[in-house]
Design a protein around this ligand. Structure first.
Ligand SMILES: CC(=O)N[C@H]1[C@@H](OP(=O)(O)OP(=O)(O)OC[C@H]2O[C@@H](n3ccc(=O)[nH]c3=O)[C@H](O)[C@@H]2O)O[C@H](CO)[C@@H](O)[C@@H]1O[C@H](C)C(=O)N[C@@H](C)C(=O)N[C@H](CCC(=O)O)C(=O)O
Ligand SMILES: Nc1ncnc2c1ncn2[C@@H]1O[C@H](COP(=O)(O)OP(=O)(O)OP(=O)(O)O)[C@@H](O)[C@H]1O
Ligand SMILES: N[C@H](CCC[C@H](N)C(=O)O)C(=O)O
Ligand SMILES: [Mg+2]
Length: 485
């Protein structure tokens, strides 16, 4: 244990008889403790991990890291911040795995899942074994592991990276949420490339102001390092936050965009229902690209990925080939097709900006009416609700407001926030999401587009503290079959 703890500064030296204690595992959840574990007491939002230290010891913890003295039969190492100590010890315990991989972190309000998947396709196309950590899952090569958070806690992260190193992964791509940055989950991650997609209102419940939200995002760029050692920040120069983020890092900066001058840019963009065409310019070279992905926002995602891949040494021909190969990510602009004569799209838009982007895209090629089914999650940023309400009715010919994941909030109260200030003639409220989707599909005519927004890939609905099975795509498919019969 002495060897492990030596990386921590400012702790009381271990007693001699404790120095040789063998640490076989690190754990922050008492329920998962095994014999030989070093247990970290984390004071969380719901409970205080210090209250579970005794249980951890009963289950086999041989030492505990805590923020205050605890009466236990095992040594208690006192630190100022257990989360910080946990990140430090985890990266050391697992052999600093991120120094042995190319690590790319992607942050921003929207597009993280999309960009990480495009990058994953690119590195695979280049013949590399890849790892991916994000909203949908963690992937190591072709093995998929379920995850609860978009960006897991440091302990889990370092363990996953170690597993990637063991399995000869060369490049790992991960989504880095603002929560993770603020809570220090990614301390100890040695990023080679940090990517910024965009910053628009979301998570104000957590960060309180846009300024603090931006500050949290900027931590990824300050974390890139203070030395000129081949690290690169890849920044969307069309986003107003770009200057601030560029200032936060001394790493090399590569910009991408469409509107302003950038190192990597797209032009001649043509969006259609079949895909998106554009000319990709990368540091003076150019090539035409035919994306299967739809929408201007996906050009941004493609540019972010292209710039990062190019920086890491992939050729323009590999970049082009993989961009053309990328199919949609689950729940992102995902069509549900049962042979009907109108279009149904399930999309994870759960922020004002993403909803507007998706509806704008749909409007650009819609021949007939646009129907939208949308709601907002409970126990989450309430300020986005009326804004999303206004956006929906602005673009749609027929809007049904419904429940997303109400969680512990009253669904009617969430819907009242969404519809605040709207003309009641512009929308219908159907609290039950299944009924809302069924009605939207029943009302669609030839050539219409039905957008079901907010839950994308999610296969559950959280009502109260319960999670029930729910999948927008399944419900839509059943409704389509019913209609066709
Ligand atoms: C607000 C928040 O971020 N909460 C995270 C936090 O939970 P918490 O603070 O409530 O934890 P807690 O239940 O109080 O437990 C405290 C400690 O006691 C321990 N414990 C608890 C019970 C027990 O019996 N024994 C025990 O030892 C726990 O293991 C933990 O170490 O720590 C957990 C473990 O890391 C996270 O899973 C959890 O994320 C929850 C699920 C969450 O919803 N987080 C959201 C806000 C979030 O982080 N979202 C971003 C994506 C956002 C986006 O961009 O879309 C993400 O990265 O996922
Ligand atoms: N670059 C972009 N700009 C704006 N909107 C986007 C962009 N890319 C995707 N979107 C929209 O945002 C939704 C979420 O996209 P994606 O899952 O890639 O983002 P994310 O940042 O991973 O989100 P989350 O923070 O919830 O994990 C998509 O379904 C689409 O509607
Ligand atoms: N990671 C996002 C996902 C939101 C998805 C939406 N369906 C909701 O439940 O609000 C969040 O936790 O804010
Ligand atoms: Mg995501």
């Amino acid at each position: 244990m002495n060897e492990l703890l030596r990386v921590l500064r400012g702790i009381t030296p271990l007693k001699k008889e404790h120095q040789s204690i063998e640490i076989a595992h690190l754990e922050m959840d008492s329920r998962l403790v095994k014999q030989g574990t070093l247990f970290f007491c984390i004071n969380g939002y719901t409970v205080d991990g210090h209250d579970f230290a005794k249980q951890a010891v009963e289950k086999g913890a041989v030492a505990v890291v805590a923020e205050r003295p605890l009466a236990l039969d095992v040594p208690v190492v006192i630190v100022r911040d257990t989360k910080r100590a946990m990140a430090r010890l985890a990266s050391h315990f697992y052999g600093e795995p991120t120094k042995r991989l190319q690590l790319i972190g992607v942050t921003g309000t929207n597009g993280k899942t999309s960009v990480t998947h495009i990058l994953d396709t690119m590195f695979r196309e280049a013949g590399q074994k890849t790892g991916l950590i994000g909203t949908l899952y963690t992937k190591i090569g072709d093995e998929t592991i379920e995850t609860r958070n978009t960006t897991p806690e440091s302990l889990v992260l370092q363990q996953r990276f170690a597993s990637m190193v063991n399995k000869q992964v060369e490049t790992a791509v991960m989504e880095v949420s603002s929560h993770a940055l603020h809570l220090g989950r990614v301390r100890g991650c040695d990023y080679d490339i940090a990517v910024f997609t965009n910053l628009t209102p979301d998570h104000i419940d957590y960060h309180e102001t846009m300024e603090r939200y931006l500050y949290a995002k900027s931590l990824l760029f300050s974390q890139l390092g203070n030395t000129y050692d081949g690290k690169t920040a890849v920044i969307n120069s069309d986003d107003p936050a770009s200057d601030r983020l560029i200032q936060m890092t001394t790493a090399d900066v590569v910009t991408y965009g469409i509107k302003k001058q950038a190192d990597v840019y797209g032009e001649n963009i043509k969006v259609s229902a079949a895909g998106t065409r554009f000319t990709l310019h990368v540091f003076g070279e150019k090539t035409d690209v035919q994306l299967k992905l739809i929408g201007l926002f996906n050009v941004y995602n493609a540019l972010a990925a292209a710039a990062s891949a190019y920086v890491s040494g992939l050729s323009l021909s590999t970049i082009k080939a993989s961009l053309e190969k990328v199919t949609g990510v689950a729940g992102r602009f995902e069509p549900v097709d049962e042979g009907q004569d109108f279009t149904v799209i399930v999309d994870y838009a759960h922020t004002p900006d993403s909803l507007e982007n998706v509806l704008q895209t749909v409007q650009d090629f819609a021949d007939n009416d646009i129907h939208v089914v949308v709601g907002c999650g409970g126990d989450r940023d309430a300020t986005k609700r009326p804004v999303m309400g206004r956006i929906a009715v602005q673009y749609a010919d027929r809007t049904i407001f419904t429940s997303d994941n109400p969680r512990t909030e009253d669904p009617d109260a969430i819907l009242a926030d969404i519809t605040e200030g709207l003309d009641p003639d512009q929308y219908t409220v159907i609290v039950d999401r299944k009924t809302a989707i069924e009605q939207a599909i029943a009302a669609a005519n030839t050539g219409d587009i039905v957008v079901i927004a907010g839950k994308g890939h999610e296969t559950y609905q959280e009502i109260g503290r319960q999670r029930i099975h729910f999948d927008d795509r399944e419900v839509a498919r059943d409704a389509l079959k019913e209609r066709i019969q």
